[in-house]
Design a protein around this ligand. Sequence first.
Ligand SMILES: Cc1cc2nc3c(=O)[nH]c(=O)nc-3n(C[C@H](O)[C@H](O)[C@H](O)COP(=O)(O)OP(=O)(O)OC[C@H]3O[C@@H](n4cnc5c(N)ncnc54)[C@H](O)[C@@H]3O)c2cc1C
Length: 391
Amino acid sequence: MPSLPSLKCSGCGACGQICPKSAISMMPNNEGFLYPEIDSSLCVECRLCEKICPVLNVRSSTDFSERKAYAAICNDEKIRLESSSGGMFTVLAEKVIAEGGVVFGAEFDSDFSVMHGWTDSVCGLERFRGSKYLQSRTENTFLDCRKFLDDGRKVLYTGTPCQIAGLKAFLKKDYENLFTVDVICHGVPSPSLWQKYIKFREKKSASRIVKTAFRRKNDGWKLYSLSFTFANGSEYRQILTKDKYMQLFLKDNGLRESCYECSFRGNSHKSDITIADFWGVESLEKEFFDDKGTSLVIVQNEKGKRLVDSIKNSCCIKETDFSQAVKFNPAYFESKKRPKKRNVFFKNFERTEINELYIKFGKDSFFMKTKRFAARCLWHIRNIKNKKEAR
Ligand SMILES: Cc1cc2nc3c(=O)[nH]c(=O)nc-3n(C[C@H](O)[C@H](O)[C@H](O)COP(=O)(O)OP(=O)(O)OC[C@H]3O[C@@H](n4cnc5c(N)ncnc54)[C@H](O)[C@@H]3O)c2cc1C
């Protein structure tokens, strides 16, 4: 039987999609993350799964002569406000669709779990817009993507760095008509943690969730909110520092095991373009900061550069210093440290209520609260100073 990675498996699903006998299913473990399970009665030991696994065959790219970074903002204000950062995903995707192409991205399923899908219409892009902070299932999208590529359609596949590495390994060859975009990735939380949170909110509101968004900008881009709309017309919205799910996500206990030693950061990104929040933009490119969202766009190679050069009419974009920009976004290079309490977090996970998880693992200590308060004060003082200088 082939031996696939266990804890290092990123759950990209390439092994299941390459298997000629459909012997591999992606099944949730007790933490809620998908891992491959091989049906030995179907396996013919061709070992294709092992040969293409991006984690077993990890390689660093070496040529970064084309790597460039940009501050960017989508011209369409409505799209920008609906997006997590500056809306550059939509700008890139619309360009590919205008040329008859197909775009793959992460969308909510009917139960608000997250999976990958595709569209070839501009209105279909709405489903993929906005970050969903949990791991997405790639389902059969690598197979769908290969079919479109073989038919000669242009394809833009977007996802986390491990999903892009999985797609590239699955395809086994370069396609001139394929463009890939990944995000700078903090790490992916457990889909079960998210489901637990959804149930908690539904119980509190005594109503079913009909809509959710992780990055509402009512209080600005930096202090974004998670929101739910319920069937009874009520709404929940809370800023990231006060929302229980966001705090559990950002405290790192609920991340996938492989995220603590991610194989696809820094020089191991396999995408043509990486997009992210341009944290620190107010220091580096002041004129790109209005707290409505600014994207950091990192072009990884010549193909990525060509795509970015072609969208300059749909956005406001300026080259910036790569090494300075990523200083504000360490997740580009570094994985989050595995918290000491992670084992305890998942030990009684199924039986523990959200409130209890939050109190034990998500709530800020007094020291952290004071530090955050001081940082906010400093930020306001700097803002007032900048405004005075601009007058
Ligand atoms: C799990 C996760 C962690 C992230 N961590 C960081 C970070 O540490 N630092 C940082 O600067 N940025 C991070 N990002 C990226 C950031 O949140 C924005 O997605 C990015 O800046 C693009 O924003 P946008 O305005 O261009 O487009 P948006 O419309 O906001 O982004 C949509 C894009 O995100 C993809 N996407 C959304 N959810 C998922 C998902 N669950 N899995 C795979 N792809 C998804 C869509 O397919 C689409 O390509 C993370 C994103 C995710 C999904």
